[in-house]
Every structure is written in C-alpha cells, then in structure tokens.
Design a protein. Sequence first.
Lengths: 329, 255
Amino acid sequence: MNWLSDEAIARLQAASALPDLAGTRYRLIERVGSGGMGTVYLAEDSVLGRRVALKVIDLPELRADLSARLLREAQILARLEHPGIVPVHDAGTLADGRVFYAMKFVEGERLDMLAKRIEALPDRLRVFQRICEAVAFAHAHGILHRDLKPENVMVGPFGEVLVMDWGVAKILREDPAQRGDRAGIPVENSQDAPAETKPLRTAHGTILGTAGYMAPEQARGEIDRLDERADIYSLGAILVFLVSGKKPAPKAVLAISQKAMAEDRANRYASVSDLASDTARYLDGSPVSAYPENVFHKVARWTTRYRVAIGLVLAYLIVRALLLFWLRR
Amino acid sequence: MTEDTKIGGASGRFPATHWSAVLAARSDDPAERSRALEAIAAAYWKPIYKYVRIRWGKSNEDAKDLTQDFFAKLFEKEYLDDFDPAKARLRTFLRICADRFVANEAKAAKRLKRGGGATHASLDFDAAENELQRADHDMQLAASSESMDDFLEKEFIRSLFGIAVDKLRRECESRGKLIHFRLFEIYDLEADGARKASYAELAKEFQIAPTDVTNHLAFARREFRRIALDCLREMTASEDEFRREARALLGVVPE
C-alpha cells in the first residue's frame, strides 16, 4: 500500500464527498454552502445553458427519512410559485443514491449579512414586507415555513427578496388548487403519519427551528398545535432584527413586533397579511393596530405624516405675517 | 422514497446485510471473531503504532513490540467485549486501551512477547516507520498542536483510505480496468505540489478520448468511495456511528 499524503487524502475526501452527476444534465462548478439537510452546489444545466443551484443530501446522511424530506422540500417549492420563493426546476436521485433538487441560482446576499448596510428604516421595512408577502402566499397554500430567520432570506442584486430553505416546512392542509391528477405531498397533521413525514425532530432528538426565532409552542415541540401564528412569531423576531441598530426603533414598530411575538399565540396577529398591513400603515403614517395612541402620539404622527404640507402652510403664514408687519410700519 | 437507500439502509437501523467487524468481534463463532479482529487490526495497527511513537515517545523497536503485543492482548483478553458503541467511538476505545497497555508495560519494565502470529494480519512496520519519517515534520507539528484524538483520527483515515486504494487496485485489475485505476492514481493520489496533467494530456498518454478520462475517473472515484464506506461500515456498530464517522472520513462539516 502506498503512503497517502495529507494532500492526497484531502483530494480523495473532496472527490468522494462531491455528488456523482454522471448521467444527468448538470456539470458541477463549485460548492456554495451547506446546512443541516445537505450541501448546495453551483452547477451548469448543460441542456439549457444556465446556472442552477443543486441541493444534494450529504453522503453520510443518506437515509430514507432525510432523502424523503429533501424530496418533500422540492415538492413544496414546486407548489409555491411566487416571486419571493426560489423556483425549483428538477428533482431526482443521483447515480450514488443521493436525492437532489435543482433550483434557481440566486446571486444575492443573505439578509443577516446585508441588513447592516440598509441604512433607512423604511427600506428595511419594505424588505420585511416582501418577506411577509412570500410567507402569506405559502400560508394561503397551506404551508408553514417553521424556520424563518434572516439567514434564510436572500436579497438579490435588484432588490428581489427570496425566502429560502423550506426543509422543515409543514403542510397544514392539501392545497385545493393542486388537487387533480398530481400526487399530493403527505400532510403532516396526523398521528398516523409515517415517520418520514414527521421531521420536527432530527435523528439526534433536537427540535428543528432556530432559537430566538422559534415560537414558544414550537420550542416546546408541540408539533400538532403549530399553525400560521408560529411563522408570525418568527416574522416578529425578524422585524426586531431589522429595526435593531444604533437608533432606537420607533415605538409603533416595536409594538408591531411585540404583537407578532406575543407569548400566547391568541394575542398575535391572526394572519401574516394583518402583520404586513400594520407595517404598511406605519410606512404610510397611518395608525397601526398594535399601538394604541393617545392625543400626543396622534399629533406627533399626524405632524410627521403631513410634515411637508404643514411646513408649507407655516412658511406661508410666516411670510404673510412678515408682509403685514412690513406694510403696517 | 421509503425504500432503503443503497448506502444508508433503513432509518435508525444498522443494515444486517453489512458486516460489522465491531459486532462480529463479540461473536461466539471463533472463525467469525478471528476474521473480525483481523479486519480491526488491519485498519488500526498503523495508527496505533504511530500513536505509540508520537504520544509515548517510544523508539521504533519498542513501538513495534508494543503494537504487536497490544493487538495480541486485545485478541486474547477479549477487550472488545467491553466496548459499548453507544458510549464511545472504537478509535477512542482503542486509544484508551493502548494508553493503559503501554502504561502497564512501562510499569512492568519488561514486555513479554506474546504468541507471535496471534494476529494474522501481516504488519509491515518498516512501511509504517517510513510513513512516519516521510511526514516527520508535519507529524511533530500535528502532535504538538492537535489533540491525540485528532491525530489518531487523521491516521485512521489515512489507513482506511490506503486499504480502500489497495482494494480498488485489485478490483480494477480483476475487471480489466487498469487504465481507470492508473488515471485515478495519477490524478488523485500522486499530484502533490506538481501541476496536474490536463484531461487532454492524460487522454494522449493513454491513447483514449478526453471524455473517457472523465468517465474513467468518475468510475474510479465512485468505486473508491463505495469501497471506503464499506470498509468504514465494517469498523462501526450502528447507523449513527457510521454517519458520524463518515462525516469525518469524507470531511463533510456542516456550516
């Protein structure tokens, strides 16, 4: 047996870990990143001549339940055709037995990295609204994300906002629009659901989701109780992340996040649309439902909203007064 | 998607079709036990030899004796009966056993040669020493900066990959695919520090089409990976342990 140098071992490791794309239309370009479920590679679709992202299950994790979960993620993405959700192009099994799916390659930046460079609060809130729109669309199709956090949001070079990583999504109900000849994705709300469709806990028994962004009921592992309000909690945490900075966040915005993150989910927004509407009202200078105003607050908001008109009127009155004063002299 | 995958097997259950030396080492069948212990010794004797040299600062000759005696004792005393895969990795267990053994031997200040040939695997200590000398500089650095567990893991991977390369060579020879192996050898094993030959250059050298170079290399790498993972599975006792070890073997580290 020849001695293997460290360099040779590194090459063998790299070659062994790479997905075997033999017999597919894809040519590997480079590894992009990895997560709990697998690794994402940049590849070229040799038929269409475009770059795609391939999400491939890691070889050591090649288990039936994880393979099923990755395929399920692809099926969920295929169901959610929305500008704020990365489109899936293809799915299958590679020659080495690994399940993969191909999706649009998003050349953007993760929100957690980008946020500090978005200076103006209204710009941050507009990004937040785009996230809400994508999540509201998923909810309308009966799907919970369950792992919403800044790391799972990409912002593209043209300001497009995409919600990524639907690997632990939960299907609340079959989407009526998808019924027909197409095979449905297993709905995960039954005690009888097979183990492969109960992904809330990993093989190591940890609860899926991210501390700090996870609703209390999700952190407690109350799988069957989760509904849209779990995602609303996570959106509230994202809002806190977005408005935290050097300047203190406006009270009305904090009130919106606090309502979204209420410990008792009955006190949260009933829907993501309600949360987005409250944010839109704040941007518009209108009263937000989460922030009961007294007279002073109303006056302050009113003057802020109409500051240009008020300024013009005040300027007019001052000029008029000066004119009168000068004529009477 | 509920079928077992080729490599992973059923979720949470170690596939019965894969032979595990760790489990077989506790078999009641002496032939099965012997086969298992030989497999474990084949994968671990070099890492243990190097470990004894580095960790205990033993001379070449002392380390040879200690390694041979250690594996002989491992077999005789049925140490592996005490190994619980749920509590530790086999590698860690062997390291602890080796530490105890070397410490006890030092106390006794006299080693007894134990039944030569009790280990049936032929141990080429000269080759192991050469390896140690070839990597001498790096080894000393490694020993000073890494934990001994990391050192042993690195050497175990080197040993297991070496076994897999040997098996791949034999398999390619028996299947008339020597060019496949040679390409793999040139491209993945021998290219240290030198400019890698391009696929076109390799195609010219072997008088085949460049696409054949791509396909042959893909074949050899695929087979190498299969063999290496099969060897690894022999050294593990459960699906969880296999996955943990496979992550280390393939250098897959989640971000």
